[in-house]
Design a protein around this ligand. Sequence first.
Ligand code: ADP
Length: 233
Amino acid sequence: MEFIEINNVFKVYKNGVSALADISLKISKGDFVFIIGQSGSGKSTLTKLLYREEKPNRGSVFVGGINVGKLRNGNVYKLRRKIGVVFQDFKLLPKLTVYENVAYPLESYGMTKSEIRERVKKALDRVHLKDKMRSYPNQLSGGEQQRVCIARAIVNEPKLIICDEPTGDLDPKMSKEIMDVIEEINKDLGSTIIMATHDKTIVDKMKKRVIYLKDGVLISDKKKGTYVEDESV
Ligand code: ADP
């Protein structure tokens, strides 16, 4: 079985909106995959199915052998520990320092303070922010804040990192910094990366697998793809 398998998935929200229709795809361990498509095409919904923020109405979603849709609520934490998530709006806790924001997810793991310290420093080192450990989020640039979010997402060295429009609020220079860091993590840690984005420049430059959604339907899936929205062009 592949690391991620999505089989004939349908998602209809309670208000009747059909967000995904008959999606099937497989992703191997260590892959780097973009999910592209216009706003409202179902990119976020697809990522939410992977970390059980949403459940499919039909079909199955497997991550690392776990049947995500069927997972009991009490076991969702086991899945979430395998996954790091990075959002467009950073979701950092403003009253905590950079260090504390990154350490926060580890606090439920029963680690010693020195184990936590070691991991947090390593994660901040990977995103080149060790020297900002004692700063607060509002003392950082947008790109730096997003790198803190990446550190927080990788502090547990998860097998899967999901990024939902991580460069959506950043200028091109900061976006490049973010992409460089994520690519390093993909290479160095071997984490699988799934990134929803409509940043054409980034997708074209990276030459990774590109899955294109339109109105909840998978239109194309290309190895080393570019950002082409309309297949007829
Ligand atoms: P994208 O990430 O590509 O912008 P989304 O997955 O967020 O797309 O949304 C797909 C469709 O589902 C859109 O029509 C959106 O309005 C709808 N949608 C998303 N989340 C919800 C929700 N919680 N309740 C109802 N409809 C939703």
